[in-house]
Ligand binder design. Structure first.
Ligand code: NAI
Length: 385
């Protein structure tokens, strides 16, 4: 069987497979074809892939036609004419492995199903120990958390660390992190490494210990474990009253902050608004907010998707897809996650039968042999009509 890796569409800089993982896929008995130039933004040349045993294909149509399994960083995207050119290239009955955000892209899922594509959505992998090595969400959130602090430091007209110099003492930057999941914890760790003083909020009391272990202060939102998180460890949605109270608590700390990183998310919901315009107005001029929740609507009402804007003398960073701005390491980690997943399903690929009682398969297999498999996505599709 042939694995195909196309070049991602601009502005994506990452690639789904790196040379180190090619050799391991070959050992599993699969052949690997890479589109010429697929790795160039991650500084991987065609000859690096060739040395690892992959074949380079310069014709994208041939690549798709030869491939039984397509590995991607992004789902097939719509073009300006409302068409999916990459989807059109996919061979009937082939396997697509990528993060598909199925509930937001029901139209794409329906089209994949019509083409009898076996679609695995890696963003639906369960957050269980067994699936940790495949967990692209954690790998990419980790990178986004790091980059959010680097961006903030770049836009802040101040130093992060405390400095005692002959010309006077510089006080350390004060950083607030809202949401201490994977991205938030990496933001805390990065801000601490730069010398910032960090304070963090999370609705999950379970996050307190992790925050403190990184040398930051945790501010409790007075929730219990049961109120705050589901069985998968994800935050539960709270009431409007709760968010209003949370805004009041956060408001007390914002006037002191130099940098605020927001990462608060609820799976498959719009991000909660935790910073209002009046709260921004009370911040110190020149402070920076990085809104990592922007793809889900944002935690700050003033941040704008894909942009860096200044409002009320505060810089608001709402850039998307931060992992793509660090394509070398992002591709390396993504490829390792992809390899783990591929190895997991390889024994089942050959018979084209997948064990749907298995938690990993059940969670991320969306369509197979012309059938909608994933119950949540199937339900959403039926509701949509
Ligand atoms: P996420 O990206 O969905 O959310 C980010 C953070 O925002 C979470 O910590 C959440 O509690 C917090 N949050 C939500 N609403 C908030 C609010 N109103 N105020 C303040 N904070 C708020 O979550 P992420 O980072 O993907 O992971 C969350 C949890 O999932 C982890 O802490 C862990 O328990 C679990 N997990 C388990 C893994 C495994 O076992 N393999 C891997 C990764 C995560």
């Amino acid at each position: 069987m042939q694995v195909g890796v196309p070049k991602e569409k601009s502005p994506e800089q990452r690639v789904a497979i790196v040379p180190e993982t090619v050799s391991q896929i070959l050992k599993s008995g699969l052949a690997v074809h890479i589109e010429s130039g697929a790795g160039e933004n991650a500084h991987i040349q065609d000859h690096h892939y060739q040395q690892a045993g992959a074949k380079i294909e310069s014709n994208i149509e041939t690549l798709y036609q030869q491939s039984d399994i397509i590995l991607k960083v992004n789902r097939p995207l719509l073009n300006n004419s409302n068409e999916y050119p990459e989807l059109d290239l996919l061979k009937e009955n082939s396997i697509l492995i990528a993060p598909l955000a199925p509930l937001k892209n029901l139209d794409l899922i329906a089209k994949l199903n019509t083409k009898k594509i076996t679609a695995f959505s890696l963003d639906y992998l369960p957050r269980i120990a067994r699936a940790q090595s495949m967990d692209i969400l954690s790998s990419m959130s980790n990178i986004a958390g790091y980059k959010s602090v680097i961006l903030a430091a770049n836009h802040l007209g101040k130093l992060f660390p405390m400095m005692t110099t002959a010309a006077g003492t510089i006080l350390p930057a004060k950083v607030i992190v809202i949401g201490a999941g994977v991205a938030g914890l990496q933001a805390i760790a990065t801000a601490r490494r730069l010398g910032g003083v960090v304070l963090a909020f999370d609705t999950r009391p379970a996050a307190a210990e992790q925050v403190k272990s990184l040398g930051a202060e945790f501010v409790s939102l007075e929730t219990t474990h049961e109120q705050s998180q589901d069985q998968g460890g994800y935050a539960k949605e709270q009431s409007i009253e709760f968010y209003a109270k949370e805004q009041e608590i956060i408001q007390n700390y914002l006037p002191e902050a130099d940098v605020v990183i927001t990462t608060a998310l609820i799976p498959n919901k719009t991000a909660p608004v935790l910073i209002t315009e009046s709260m921004v107005k009370k911040m110190k001029p020149g402070s920076v907010i990085v809104d990592l929740a922007i793809e889900q609507g944002g935690n700050c009402v003033l941040s704008e998707e894909g942009k860096i804007v200044t409002k009320h003398s505060i810089t608001l960073i709402g850039l998307l897809n931060l992992p793509s701005t660090l394509p070398v390491h992002a591709s390396q980690l993504y490829a390792k996650n992809m390899l783990s997943f591929l190895k997991y399903i390889i024994p089942q690929i050959k018979g084209n039968q997948f064990d749907q009682s298995d938690e990993i398969i059940k969670s991320c297999l969306i369509t197979h042999q012309g059938e909608m498999i994933h119950s949540g996505v199937k339900h959403a599709m039926e509701q949509k009509g």
